[in-house]
Design a protein around this ligand. Sequence first.
Ligand SMILES: CC(C)(COP(=O)(O)OP(=O)(O)OC[C@H]1O[C@@H](n2cnc3c(N)ncnc32)[C@H](O)[C@@H]1OP(=O)(O)O)[C@@H](O)C(=O)NCCC(=O)NCCS
Length: 309
Amino acid sequence: MVSTHVDIEQAEWTSGIPFYGPAAVYEGKNIVQLKILSDRRQEGGGIAWLARFSPPPGKLIKIVATALSDEHVFNLEGGKVTKAGQPARSSGGYTLNPKGQPHGAFIGSETVSLVIYRGERDEIVSLEVVDLAPWRLSSPARSDRMNGILIRPATQDDLAVLWDFLVIAAYQADVASAKSVPFVAAHLEGWQRSEDFGFIAERDAEALGAVWARQFSPDEQPAFYVDGRTPEVTIAVSGAARGEGVGGRLLSALMAEAARRGVGLCLNVRHDNPARRLYERIGFRLVSGSAVPNRVGGTSFGMTWAAPR
Ligand SMILES: CC(C)(COP(=O)(O)OP(=O)(O)OC[C@H]1O[C@@H](n2cnc3c(N)ncnc32)[C@H](O)[C@@H]1OP(=O)(O)O)[C@@H](O)C(=O)NCCC(=O)NCCS
């Protein structure tokens, strides 16, 4: 047989429907596309393709499949994530799914993979678009170690560290000024109240960020009060560590702990704070009619998250 050569740049992406079924299109957009590189199944050989998975914003593609022949997968860009959209421990690199092996993946960002089947291609058991789930902790003490970053529960002894992050979260100049503004200081005074819970992100014992939740009573006049089972979130990540997913992982840990305690979460965000995108991505929703003027002459909104039942 003659050699096959495909110019990858010239080859068009084609719909994934013939191989992945109608679920390869979601709300009119292709979420799975293929460039077939070679197909020798008629001659008893295998099939090779480039697959491009494009999850809709804020969602994950969840695939469950069974390998009908040895399947070699090499991720070229992107990779698997956890249900909470965080990079999976096995993200990237090479995977072999041997014949008969059921396997699955959550894909949370555009991912291109070279897939080579030794014979027949996978049988797709299901392909669906799902919402990001909060990252689950089996116990409040469990820690999350990835990229050398440790997410651990905040304790009574962390008060000084938490003040440092309240300064960032409330856009204060320093701890003294944060303590002098009663509305700001109320987020930490008396820490750790019985209903307070939070997490700290550390790398090499240096605190990179913190998140905590405090249940206010209506007479404390918090900026945004929902009810007695919806504590308010405070979050900050130090400037140099932003955009690495630390904030998302802190929030996921907080959401998992809130779910364990059977409470929801709320927060108050300035209309122009880019953090709003992170909150929406992770499952918080804007509360209509919650816009109020804030301390700095702009508008702030309330957002809430309810634990899945
Ligand atoms: C909000 C914050 C905690 C996010 O932490 P992070 O580790 O950067 O977050 P992640 O890397 O998980 O996610 C990145 C997201 O954070 C947000 N973000 C990025 N830079 C930001 C910044 N300078 N200020 C605020 N939010 C920012 C965006 O939503 C971004 O998502 P995008 O990539 O879709 O734009 C952090 O940016 C921060 O401390 N900001 C200043 C304090 C603050 O605004 N606190 C919230 C008050 S409601």
